[in-house]
Design a binder for this molecule. Structure first.
Ligand SMILES: [Fe+2]
Length: 141
């Protein structure tokens, strides 16, 4: 098992709050799914568990990104395109992992998990927190 720092995702705590209750709930769920993915990855006999956690992540992230983009679009968020691009960058990388899995090829799991954890942490801490004030000022809490 890799001990790369990028593989670590802490539990959700208030420092990750984006100031919108429903998005914080989504993020907690996504952190829990990523945690399950990391635990499954550590056991090479648990490929089924890796795939289940991975599929959960794809489904939940897709749904969550749409919720965020819909809220940002509804209020005319000025940085929507760059926010959407960051979501799309993540989604495209997941698509390439999904294609491999569809063909029965297991992606390099340490790389896959490092990418997912570091993208997610940075996205929430940097890009998502950028919309807090805007959405709060538009009445979303
Ligand atoms: Fe986002």
């Amino acid at each position: 098992m890799s001990t790369n720092d990028n593989d670590k995702i802490p539990g959700w705590d208030k420092s990750y709050s984006v100031g919108i209750a429903s998005f914080d709930e989504d993020h907690k769920k996504l952190f829990a799914i990523i945690d399950a993915l990391m635990k499954a990855k550590g056991d090479t006999n648990e490929l089924g568990a890796v795939i289940r956690a991975y599929n959960d992540l794809v489904d939940y992230a897709t749904c969550h990104f749409k919720s965020e983009e819909d809220a940002l679009a509804a209020h005319g968020y000025p940085n929507l395109e760059s926010h959407r691009n960051d979501h799309n960058k993540f989604a495209h990388q997941l698509d390439s992992y999904s294609s491999m899995l569809d063909y029965g090829v297991v992606p390099p799991l340490p790389d896959m998990v490092s990418f997912i954890t570091s993208w997610f942490r940075d996205h929430v801490m940097i890009h998502d927190k950028e919309y807090t004030r805007f959405l709060n000022e538009n009445g979303l809490r």
